[in-house]
Ligand binder design. Structure first.
Ligand SMILES: *[C@@H]1O[C@H](CO)[C@@H](O)[C@H](O)[C@H]1NC(C)=O
Ligand SMILES: *[C@@H]1O[C@H](CO)[C@@H](O)[C@H](O)[C@H]1NC(C)=O
Ligand SMILES: *[C@@H]1O[C@H](CO)[C@@H](O)[C@H](O)[C@H]1NC(C)=O
Ligand SMILES: *[C@@H]1O[C@H](CO)[C@@H](O)[C@H](O)[C@H]1NC(C)=O
Ligand SMILES: *[C@@H]1O[C@H](CO)[C@@H](O)[C@H](O)[C@H]1NC(C)=O
Ligand SMILES: *[C@@H]1O[C@H](CO)[C@@H](O)[C@H](O)[C@H]1NC(C)=O
Ligand SMILES: *[C@@H]1O[C@H](CO)[C@@H](O)[C@H](O)[C@H]1NC(C)=O
Ligand SMILES: *[C@@H]1O[C@H](CO)[C@@H](O)[C@H](O)[C@H]1NC(C)=O
Ligand SMILES: *[C@@H]1O[C@H](CO)[C@@H](O)[C@H](O)[C@H]1NC(C)=O
Length: 778
């Protein structure tokens, strides 16, 4: 397309100008000659200031203002949201030059940063169709009627109408116009007066032309078959001697604004705005393209005639329609159609009237039905949300995940993904993925589902482009995830086992226990565990020989100690899982008093022997009982409590089994250790009922050094010249040694007798019953 550009110097110097002068390239600007009008369309693809137009002819340039356009036969429609501007000029417009064809000259003026750029556009059109005797155009801003000036002479008078031709010439000053409405005939006025009132009468191309804006004082509104219609009835007349020449110029246009129903934009016009023999012929289309009725129906248009009304239905998605999304408390869309319709009627004199409509029809705001689909698959470990059916001109600009704002597109570092899919049906969709374990996801335990509930509130900001009004589309999704009880990390140390639990948010669901006792700071303190517990983690150090250990494979080299932590359901106390740790410890000194009646003791006699002496032999009270293992001064004994000459002592509800380790140095049997296990009597009821040594509780053992057969040494401390040795403290054990069951022997009579001496003890306590029962079993 070739046309002259007149870029201003200022514009050329501006940045924009480098591309600016060429911006009206092919496709951006379109000039077309249509059947009855010339059109300039510009697709600016931006929504800046709309361009202006000037009409140009040999007499000058004329700015096409709103009023001037309506009076002079120009229509400018602006679809600002699409950046589309269209100028239509009637072939009879004020500044059309009739030469070989119809010539149009315009200046297109665009403004950029306050600087105007002028583009001179010209085109000559030859109207492709012959003209009907009467033609009426119902433009968006004016009505125009033209009639052939060589009218048939109804009364057979002279056919010479040349007198009408120079309507504006001095000789025609006597031409008058009178308007009439159904009620009255208004007083006549001369044509220059009429022009001042906004009417244009002209003689053009052998036709008398009358043009009026809508809503003039001399027009009237009426209803024809229920359709609103505006009518202007002008009669121009001239008295020349005895002949009065009158020409009736009637413009009648349907003012129906259209309605939307079931996907169709409906528009009505009366069948008989002008006298018609039979029904009128219709052709129609969008954006100035007329097609016959049948072809239009093929394109999806529907047409119905009833009650003397023609009803047109334009499908909402008709090709050539415009669609726009609109955001206001929701996403809406509307459609705009530039309907062009030609209605031809023939009167009883076979004179044709062609009526053309330009109508801009706008649907109401139709709610757009965005869809949200929760496609979360818990196994995938992420929320998957699909936001679909988003109109093409609506963009996702940001997303809030539980209130945390992320602008779109997401940064590569974000652990979330957002993918966009564009569909053929002019919608697009977004797929959002958020890992379930992401900190942004809220997790809480759901009692009824016995699972972890993951919650994510998504607040999407959508904006219709162009525009900046946001629409917030919110969706809340949840996912249930089964939860596993916690498990500890455990490490062996020289003196015990350290357990560590890094808390997860839902670990409060479980209780932690050692055996049947719930782990609390009080329990830990009582048993000598070291515990630290904060919001992050729980650390528990269990020193060897504290309550809860089980021992195995005791030798002088080492032994296995096992500690177990149980995880219980907080409500049912059912054990859900446990952490068991077994460590190999060095055997230094230990005494284990099993619940099934065995004492295992490992000790170093060096503490009670003269320095450097190594015993040739060691034994218990019964000298036949020798160590299971001996290594220099270190010895390991394992014996049933009642054997090897053990002494049984009763004291204040405890029973103590005591033995002694003697060392043999040369021939002297002297230094050694007293070893003993003490059990609370209350835990030994089976001993009395079924003669079976089974203690509810492990015994408390102690190793007490002694010097010589008679000389007792203060408990737990041995004092030797120059040295003070602290002997191992009381030690406990949980039974785990595979030892044979112990059956009481006659020695138990001793227990009975001794116990009997403690009269008060046998009364009013649990123990008394056992004591009374005892003789029955002996
Ligand atoms: C009309 O435009 C053409 C270029 O398209 C140019 O050559 C011609 O001079 C213009 N005519 C007028 C009258 O401006
Ligand atoms: C037209 O009519 C107006 C009064 O309505 C009058 O003032 C004017 O002179 C007339 N013009 C001509 C050309 O007759
Ligand atoms: C036809 O028009 C008449 C009067 O104008 C009206 O009463 C009637 O309802 C119309 N019929 C239909 C089907 O619209
Ligand atoms: C457009 O196509 C997509 C994908 O085929 C579909 O999910 C969506 O529902 C369609 N939208 C409309 C409005 O039909
Ligand atoms: C979504 O985000 C916007 C902007 O922050 C806020 O005004 C709106 O209340 C949010 N909507 C919901 C449901 O949280
Ligand atoms: C056990 O004893 C051996 C040899 O005396 C020593 O190397 C090792 O470190 C000790 N282990 C512990 C846990 O104390
Ligand atoms: C650790 O602390 C939390 C909260 O402070 C408490 O609920 C929990 O019972 C504590 N755990 C233990 C084993 O004391
Ligand atoms: C024996 O029992 C008494 C009272 O029941 C208690 O105070 C004492 O500590 C016990 N002795 C041992 C060695 O357990
Ligand atoms: C045995 O003990 C006596 C006195 O306590 C001592 O004199 C003697 O030397 C000892 N015998 C040996 C072999 O150590």
């Amino acid at each position: 397309m070739a046309f002259k550009l007149m870029c201003s110097v200022a514009l050329l110097l501006s940045l924009w100008s480098t591309a600016g002068c060429d911006f009206l390239v092919e496709g951006v600007l379109k000039m077309e000659c249509h059947d009855r009008y010339f059109m300039i369309a510009i697709d600016l693809a931006t929504t800046g200031e709309a361009p202006r137009f000037e009409a140009v002819d040999e007499t000058g340039t004329y700015a096409i203002t709103e009023d001037y356009a309506a009076k002079c036969g120009y229509s400018i429609s602006v679809l600002s949201f699409l950046g589309l501007v269209e100028l239509r000029a009637s072939y009879f417009s004020c500044h059309t030059v009739k030469e070989a064809g119809f010539s149009f000259r315009f200046n297109l003026i665009t403004t950029y940063q306050g600087v105007d750029a002028y583009y001179a556009l010209n085109r000559t059109c030859s109207p492709p169709l012959s003209w009907s005797p009467r033609e009426v155009t119902c433009e968006i801003n004016y009505m125009e009627v033209s009639v052939r000036s060589e009218l048939p002479c109804p009364s057979g008078l002279s056919n010479d109408w040349s007198a009408l031709s120079p309507l504006y010439s001095a000789a025609s000053q006597d031409w008058q116009v009178t308007f009439q409405n159904p009620d009255e005939q208004l007083p006549p006025m001369n044509l220059s007066h009429a022009r001042r009132e906004g009417y244009v009468f002209d003689l053009f191309n052998e036709r008398i032309v009358f043009r009026t804006p809508y809503g003039q004082p001399d027009s009237y509104s009426t209803e024809v078959n229920g359709v609103p219609v505006e009518v202007v009835h002008a009669t121009v007349f001239s008295r020349q001697s005895w002949v009065v020449i009158m020409v009736d110029l009637i413009a009648a246009c349907s003012l129906d604004e259209g309605s939307f129903d079931s996907g169709y934009m409906i528009w009505d016009t009366p069948e008989a705005l002008y006298p018609s023999l039979g029904s009128t012929q219709i052709s129609l289309g969008l954006n100035g393209n007329l097609v016959e009725e049948a072809a239009a129906e093929q394109k999806g248009f529907v047409m119905a005639r009833y009650n003397s009304t023609v009803q047109i239905g334009i499908p909402y998605n008709a090709e050539g329609g415009y669609r726009k999304s609109f955001v206001s408390d929701g996403i809406f869309e509307f459609y705009i159609f530039n309907l062009y319709l030609k209605q031809t009627s023939v009167d009883e004199r076979h004179e044709e009237t062609a009526l053309r409509f330009h109508r801009t029809l706008v649907t109401p705001l139709l709610p757009a039905s965005l869809t949200t689909e929760d496609q979360t698959n818990v196994a995938e470990g992420a929320f998957t949300i699909v936001l679909g059916r988003i109109p093409r001109d609506v963009q996702l600009t940001s997303v809030q995940l539980n209130g945390q704002e992320l602008s779109v597109p997401f940064s590569d570092a974000a652990p979330y993904t957002l993918t966009e899919v564009v569909h053929a049906n002019k919608t697009h969709s977004y797929t959002l993925k958020v890992p379930l374990d992401d900190p942004v996801v809220i997790q809480e335990f759901s009692k009824e589902n016995a699972a972890m509930l993951h919650k994510l509130d998504v607040n999407c900001t959508l904006i219709a482009i162009p525009g900046n009004e946001p629409y917030y589309h919110t969706v809340s999704v949840t996912a249930l995830m089964d939860v596993s009880p916690p498990s500890f990390d455990a490490v062996c140390t020289a003196s015990g086992i350290d357990f560590k639990l890094a808390y997860r948010s839902f670990d409060y669901l479980w209780d932690i226990s050692i055996g049947s006792d719930r782990l609390t700071p009080a329990l830990a303190a009582k048993r000598g565990y070291t515990m630290s517990n904060d919001s992050q983690s729980l650390l528990l150090s269990v020193p060897l020989f504290t309550h809860g250990y089980k021992y195995k494979d005791v030798t002088l080299k080492g032994f296995l100690g096992t500690f177990e932590i149980l995880v219980r359901d907080r409500d049912t106390s059912k054990v859900q899982t446990s952490t068991i740790k077994t460590c190999l410890f060095n055997t230094t000194e230990l005494i284990l008093c099993s619940t099934n009646g065995w004492m295992t003791v490992a000790t170093d006699l060096a503490a009670v022997l003269p320095s450097g002496e190594i015993p040739t032999n060691t034994h218990l009270i019964n000298s036949l009982c020798v160590p299971k293992e001996a290594d220099g001064t270190r010895v390991l004994f394992s014996l049933p409590l009642h054997s090897c000459g053990s002494v049984v002592k009763l004291a204040k509800g405890n029973v103590t089994y005591q033995n002694k380790i003697y060392s043999v140095l040369a021939d002297n049997v002297t230094e050694g250790m007293t070893v003993q296990c003490t059990y609370p009597l209350t835990s030994l009821h089976l001993l009395f009922s079924s003669h079976k040594f089974v203690s509810d509780k492990e015994g408390v053992g102690s190793i007490i050094p002694f010097l010589g057969p008679t000389k007792a040494i203060p408990t737990q401390t041995v004092t030797r010249p120059g040295t003070t040795t602290t002997v191992a403290p009381q030690r406990t054990r949980i039974p785990n040694l595979h030892l044979p069951p112990f059956y009481p022997t006659a020695r138990y009579i001793k227990v009975y007798r001794v116990q009997n001496q403690f009269g008060p003890f046998s009364k009013g306590t649990k123990g008394s019953m056992q004591v009374k029962q005892f003789p029955r079993h002996v």
